[in-house]
Design a protein around this ligand. Structure first.
Ligand SMILES: C=C(O[C@@H]1C=C(C(=O)O)C=C[C@H]1O)C(=O)O
Length: 255
């Protein structure tokens, strides 16, 4: 949802973007699972002489975000930082255009939850527990790409919620005024759409993860990624967190 896209705001166009983002997430997953979990990356304390606290992963991620913030990454309402206290000012000037989202959108950030689920639940599910392979920088680069893609998808819930609110303001307003989270959750949920998402991501995982050879007679071999796990990723984490973001945004929509 780029600056100035306000006129194109529709549930269909937002859903098209979510569909395209599935490709990014699945390709990034395929890249990450080339490596084992590499637990030392997330635990390793750096030597005290380095003056850096936290894990190697945290250091790499914070420095990446800090550099990207200098070139304007977090001026975009689609982007939400994992380490908001560590950003540098942008050297790119802010473009003046009418914001699509309500200003309270800036206070909705679930990246802490995403990072916790990613390290403690997703990596053990998708990656092998083989010994560390010491490819720490490359592994972390894959993690960062994947986490940023997951975060963008989940925080897209703000745009989904905005368009649903604009389309059915009379239905949403009383529940927002009553701060009724359960009623909002029920109203914004489309189970049939969720079923399609789960089936589609499993199919994409099968297609994107297949081995491409020039020999047509070769039997089908095991793909690079388990389609059922990708469907589970969406069912257990991606869609529930997207809806959590939608509810949190709507609760603030009339502030
Ligand atoms: C994102 C939407 O809101 C909800 C969340 C969905 C998702 O995360 O894919 C799908 C359907 C809805 O239950 C939507 O309506 O498209």
């Amino acid at each position: 949802m780029a600056c100035g896209d306000d006129g194109k705001l529709s549930l269909d166009s937002i859903r098209d973007s979510l569909i395209r983002q599935e490709d990014t997430i699945i390709f990034n997953l395929i890249e990450r699972i080339k490596f084992p979990i590499n637990p030392s990356l997330y635990k390793q304390q750096l030597p005290s002489s380095s003056n850096i606290s936290g894990s190697l992963f945290q250091y790499l991620f914070q420095e990446t975000e800090s550099l990207q913030s200098k070139v304007g990454r977090y001026l975009s309402p689609e982007e939400n930082p994992f380490f908001p206290d560590n950003l540098s000012d942008s050297i790119i000037p802010l473009t003046k255009c009418t914001p699509v989202l309500h200003p309270a959108a800036a206070s909705v950030n679930v990246n802490e939850k995403i990072l916790d689920i990613y390290i403690n639940q997703m990596l053990p599910l998708f990656c092998t527990e083989a010994d560390d392979d010491a490819n720490f920088a490359t592994t972390a680069a894959c993690d960062i790409q994947l986490l940023q893609a997951l975060s963008r998808r989940i925080h897209y819930g703000k745009f989904v919620a905005e368009v649903k609110f604009r389309d059915s303001t009379d239905e949403y307003k009383p529940f927002i005024l009553a701060q009724d989270k359960d009623a909002l959750m029920k109203l914004l949920t489309f189970e049939a759409v969720e079923e399609m998402v789960k089936k589609r991501v499993a199919k994409k995982a099968k297609v994107f993860g297949q081995e491409v050879t020039l020999n047509d007679s070769i039997e089908e071999v095991k793909g690079k990624i388990d389609p059922l796990l990708v469907s589970r990723l969406y069912d257990e984490w991606v869609m529930p967190l997207t809806k959590f973001v939608e509810v949190e945004y709507l609760l603030r929509r009339l502030d």
